[in-house]
Ligand binder design. Structure first.
Ligand code: NDP
Length: 453
């Protein structure tokens, strides 16, 4: 690389993808800087996966306390209380610890961290404040940001960003949307004792997930006391003395203590100067890249949420490893977006990998469906009426397991192992010849003998 350059690579954004790209590339001998305006670790560490999971654990404690009696524990429920500020403070301390770890990881890898907001001046120069930096490559890894639909009163509506720092929990809350974030936050709030209503504009939430999973999750969330209203949306919100009046599309009016929108996320490209450089955005506002993350300007690449691939941390990490290898390694490497496992940490959890029944049929497969519904063993003594669903979608012609889906405790943990099997092309016969681990819920995935359809 030319000595007239300050760096070989400047990464804009120190989220999951940006940090991984910076570290891997520095490890290959590149001179790397990462520019960050907000916090190290991006959405995942600060206002996403990590704090969300901590809140999910917190919300789950209420069930554990209730279930204790069946196992002989005397927990006087009228003496039990929950303190939201304690949970938030402990969560904040953990996030600060992780911010520090991210900083040290970058420092130890020899990556320079530049604090500030970057814009791209030309294909080899970025500007941060009053300083300019010259570089061979620029990678945009700026992530995404929650979107609130443009309705009257939108300024009263919170997003997941603010929910992580809410000073007090309200008595009632309305969650708007039917995707990952809405369903997860509805579960968190309900688990912490907030009367929660989820409003979704379509017929059934979690569009894109397997139909049986969506219906089963609906049934179990209703049992847990989450009020689910489908086929309705919010038209406006009015603030009244710390309360909110929510005006719905069906003419109903709701009173609530909090309104949260989880209505999707947009690519965060503000102020980068992409349009001036001629870098194309698609109709949904994501940066257009080729299969190797190159934008229309060859020295500028982009990865992660900002390019509109599945908005998942492991996807951004995998992209970073491919890009680093292509820029500073042997120049090889391709992304494989097939069979990406994912979990929704609602209560109970959803885990999914591979094709849904609808996708498999749509792609022309003749399928056999294996389905099992049962009450997890743990709930028998406790008397909890929660059930678990497991489902396999199998190609009738080849016997390949095309998809595995679950709603139930630890679905995320269980699905990770299934993802290896599906990625390796396992057949149903191989599932059948695998010994179960007894007694577990997971063993049901290798003991489903008769197709349901
Ligand atoms: P999603 O895109 O998953 O869901 C958005 C929801 O909002 C959908 O139900 C959508 O309805 C609805 N919606 C969109 N626009 C409007 C509107 N104008 N009016 C009313 N409703 C609207 O976004 P999220 O914000 O939930 O999450 C963003 C991404 O973050 C996810 O896709 C996921 O990739 C990632 N994520 C992953 C998690 C995990 O792995 N556990 C956890 C949290 C987030 P419709 O279905 O009709 O379009």
């Amino acid at each position: 690389m030319s000595d007239s350059l300050d760096y070989d690579l400047i990464v804009i954004g120190a989220g999951s993808g940006g940090v991984r790209l910076a570290r891997m590339s520095a490890g290959r001998g590149a001179r790397v800087a990462v520019v960050e305006s907000r916090y190290l670790g991006g959405t995942c560490v600060n206002v996403g996966c990590v704090p969300k999971k901590l809140f999910v654990y917190g919300a789950g404690v209420s069930d554990e306390l209730e279930d204790a009696a069946g196992y002989g524990w005397d927990v006087p429920m009228d003496g039990v209380s929950f303190d939201w500020p304690t949970l938030v403070a402990n969560k904040n301390a953990e996030i600060e610890r992780l911010n520090g770890i991210y900083g040290r990881l970058l420092e130890n890898a020899g990556v320079t961290v530049i604090e500030g907001t970057a814009s791209i001046k030309n294909p080899n120069t970025i500007v941060v404040g009053d300083k300019e930096y010259k570089t061979a490559h620029i990678t945009v890894a700026t992530g995404s940001w929650p979107v609130i639909p443009d309705i009257p009163g939108k300024e009263c509506i919170l997003t997941s960003n603010e929910m992580f720092y809410l000073p007090q929990l309200p008595k009632q809350a309305v969650v708007w949307g039917g995707g990952y974030i809405a369903v997860e936050f509805a579960g968190i709030l309900a688990g912490l004792g907030v009367e929660t209503t989820l409003l979704y504009r379509g017929d059934l939430f979690l569009r894109g997930f397997d139909g049986d999973v969506r219906k089963f999750a609906e049934q179990e969330m209703r049992k847990k006391g989450v009020r689910l209203e489908f086929g309705v949306t919010i038209e406006s919100v009015e603030a009244e003395n710390g309360h909110y009046q929510v005006n719905l599309s069906n003419g109903d009016v709701m009173e609530t203590g909090l309104v949260m929108a989880a209505t999707g996320r947009r690519a965060l490209v503000d102020g980068l100067g992409l349009a001036e450089l001629g870098i194309e955005l698609n109709a949904s506002g994501h940066v257009v890249v080729d299969d190797h993350f190159k934008t229309s300007v060859p020295s500028v690449t982009a990865l992660g949420d900002v390019i509109g691939t599945p908005q998942l941390t492991p996807v951004a990490l995998a992209q970073a490893m491919v890009l680093s290898r292509r820029l500073f390694g042997d120049g090889e490497g391709e992304m494989d977006y097939s069979a990406i496992p994912t979990a929704v940490f609602c209560q109970p959890n959803i885990g999914t990998v591979g094709l849904t029944e609808e996708e498999a049929k749509g792609a022309g497969h003749s399928v056999k469906i294996y389905r099992s519904e049962f009450r997890p063993m743990k709930y028998i003594l406790s008397g909890r009426e929660e059930r678990c669903l497991m489902k396999l979608v199998v190609d009738d012609a080849t016997d390949s397991v095309l998809g595995a889906h679950m709603v139930g405790p630890d679905a995320g943990e269980i699905t990770q192992g299934l993802a290896v099997a599906i990625k390796a092309g396992a057949t149903k016969a191989q599932f059948d010849s695998t010994m179960g681990i007894h007694p577990t819920s997971a063993e049901e995935f290798v003991t489903m003998r008769e197709p349901a359809a």
